[in-house]
Unconditional design. Structure first.
Length: 379
């Protein structure tokens, strides 16, 4: 495929509005593109314009199966007026393609699809299976990955490449992500008689004070370091002259293999129990997002082979590394804790979700070539 045609595919994807949904339109586009090049794809639509897509190339009995995964949704554009370029225009300025999802992660998704197409057309079909897994809703709740995992989509995988933006660097470990809510129940009273009530906000303050020290003694992971944690949302009270009887907060924690999701949950429950036992407040914990960390030996053949491939094609130096963000791999690895995983894609993690999000055309082309070389080397 010509370089201009490769860029056109990326522009086409950016122009499809798939903000937290509408993956069916992306999946339909990709299914048609793959069909034009002799590759059959399956679209699994599951309501409200949500859909997953899977496809594969290769031959043999599938003893070795390499997965390439990417998500079809994007985050929202909250302030389109602050963008210099149309968030859904796919405009090219210099060597950049602008638009929501240009980095996260329609460039990676397009590169995965094009790698399969170009290997197929060049007659370089591997002696094994390369499986494309395009998901719905990675940015909000991972309904697509969860549905695919329940269908066994990752069961046969020997290794997995995630196409999130990394600037060509090979990410061999990333943190998990655990979201929680703490609800505080007190007793309402007039603010002139506060002793007759129980201020639910004060209960949250006690939790926040304890949460600040909660992971001080947690073990550091050799790759991901310390557990990152923050209280990020707080709500409470309805009227300035009433003692609030209800308040809640939300927080996010980034577990590591050294202090994993189970240990994080245990620590949260312990501090909740202590506050409930020692005070008149009643706090209740709800964990509503529970994604596990990923770690693959950086000296493994899989990681080192991917690094060698990226070094051949990216126009700037690349290396191995880690990130604190989470990916769909957390879901796919839930039932496959031994699955080798790398994250590798075009341009940098820090431009994802940003105003005037972009990817550079040289890095995009390099990503396509890198994926093709990873596939060749894997088989």
């Amino acid at each position: 495929m010509k370089a201009s045609e490769q860029v056109q595919v990326l522009q086409d994807l950016i122009r499809i509005h798939s903000t937290n949904g509408n993956e069916i339109e992306v999946a339909t586009y990709l299914k048609q593109l793959l069909a034009e090049h002799g590759i059959d794809a399956q679209v699994d639509e599951f309501g409200d314009r949500r859909a997953n897509l899977t496809a594969q190339i290769g031959r043999g009995n599938g003893d070795r199966v390499l997965g390439l995964t990417g998500h079809m949704d994007t985050v929202a554009v909250n302030s389109p007026q602050s963008w210099q370029h149309d968030p859904f225009g796919g405009k090219i300025v210099g060597d950049r393609v602008y638009g929501r999802g240009a980095a996260d992660m329609k460039s990676g998704l397009a590169a995965e699809v094009l790698a399969l197409i170009e290997l197929q057309e060049a007659g370089e079909v591997p002696s094994g299976i390369v499986k494309l897994i395009a998901t719905a809703g990675e940015e909000l709740g991972t309904p697509g990955a969860n549905r695919l995992a329940s269908q066994g989509a990752a069961n046969e995988l020997s290794a997995l490449v995630v196409g999130e933006p990394t600037g060509g660097n090979v990410i061999f470990a990333h943190s998990g992500s655990l979201n929680y809510e703490v609800t505080s129940t007190g007793k309402s009273a007039h603010s002139s008689l506060p002793e007759q009530g129980v201020n639910a906000i004060t209960g949250l303050v006690k939790f926040i004070e304890a949460e600040n020290r909660l992971f001080a003694d947690a073990p550091r992971d050799p790759y991901l370091g310390k557990v990152q944690h923050s209280v990020t949302v707080i709500e409470g009270g309805h009227q300035v002259n009433s003692i609030p009887d209800h308040a809640k907060l939300k927080g996010n924690i980034r577990p590591t293999p050294a202090c994993d999701n189970r240990e994080v949950a245990a620590r949260l429950n312990r501090v909740i129990d202590q506050i409930n036992h020692q005070t008149s407040f009643h706090l209740q914990l709800n964990i509503f997002w529970d994604y596990h960390p990923i770690s693959t030996d950086p000296n493994s053949d899989f990681v080192q082979s991917a690094l060698h491939a990226a070094q051949q094609f990216f126009p700037h130096p690349v290396t191995t590394g880690t990130i604190n963000g989470a990916t769909d791999a957390s879901v796919f690895r839930r039932e496959r804790p031994d699955l080798p995983v790398i994250v590798l894609g075009s341009d940098a993690w820090d431009v994802a979700h940003a105003t005037d999000e972009y990817t550079t055309i040289p890095a995009y082309h390099a990503t396509i070539e890198t994926y093709k070389q990873i596939i060749r080397d894997f088989f």
